[in-house]
Design a protein around this ligand. Structure first.
Ligand code: ZN
Length: 229
């Protein structure tokens, strides 16, 4: 079943403890934490101290997305701060295989993110064996006010076919303006972890999480029916 990851960036920073407890109670699976260095992406955001500070607030999966040049420099520190999954960008690593190995040695889930313009052809068997999740950006990372890139749906479908052949248990995480309008489409294309921010926190967050889960579940049920499962 699709997992819902709530983007920390969109939460109320004045009341993070309360907010995290609220999304946990509402059935969210992950809290998605974007780290940005002002170089790999234009924005700056979130350090390890903050992760440490909120770690005990909820029993959610702490899903750290490093939009940082040479992320190898910080993996241990982020692991110590309380991450459960660390995702690095293919485009940002000095040596992407080593970075994924380091994450696994820390005993954490290893994620590999691709920008929208990075083709799936960069994924080889060596990378796949090291990754627990392939993370597809569906907007350009680190920039605000963007819309979902429609071509992402084909990319998700192609990746799902590829993973079904080589690594069926690998998650596909999608990140970038996922809303109530497109969640069914991304889930039907094969995404299994859905990052969402504004669409969840505006209005009643409990109701929004419930509706998103229901929409993803409907898409999955249709796929299973179509596949005769
Ligand atoms: Zn992210």
């Amino acid at each position: 079943m699709c997992k819902i990851a709530v983007s920390l960036l969109e939460m109320d920073y004045g009341h993070l403890d309360r907010g995290l407890k609220e999304i946990e109670a509402a059935g969210a699976d992950y809290v998605h934490i974007d780290m940005m260095d002002g170089m790999f992406v234009p924005n700056l955001g979130i350090g390890t101290k903050l992760i440490e500070g909120i770690r005990s607030s909820a029993n959610l999966v702490f899903d750290v997305h490093m939009m940082i040049e040479a992320p190898e420099r910080y993996l241990e520190r982020i692991g110590r701060a309380g991450a459960d999954v660390i995702t690095v960008h293919y485009e940002a690593c000095r040596d992407v295989r080593k970075a994924l190995d380091m994450i696994r040695r820390l005993g954490l889930g290893a994620g590999l993110a691709l920008k929208p313009e990075t083709p799936l052809e960069v994924l080889d068997r060596e990378l796949l064996t090291r990754a627990d999740v392939i993370h597809l950006m569906t907007t350009h990372p680190g920039m605000e006010g963007q819309t979902f890139i429609p071509e992402s749906l084909n990319k998700i479908e192609s990746l799902r076919r590829f993973l079904d052949k080589w690594k069926p248990d690998c998650e596909i995480e999608v990140d970038g303006n996922i809303t109530m309008d497109n969640i069914e489409a991304v889930a039907a294309a094969g995404a299994t972890v859905i990052v969402s921010g504004r669409a969840l926190v505006q209005g009643n967050i409990t109701e929004n999480i419930r509706r998103m889960k229901h929409a993803a579940y409907k898409a999955e049920s249709r796929m299973e029916t179509a596949a005769g499962i």
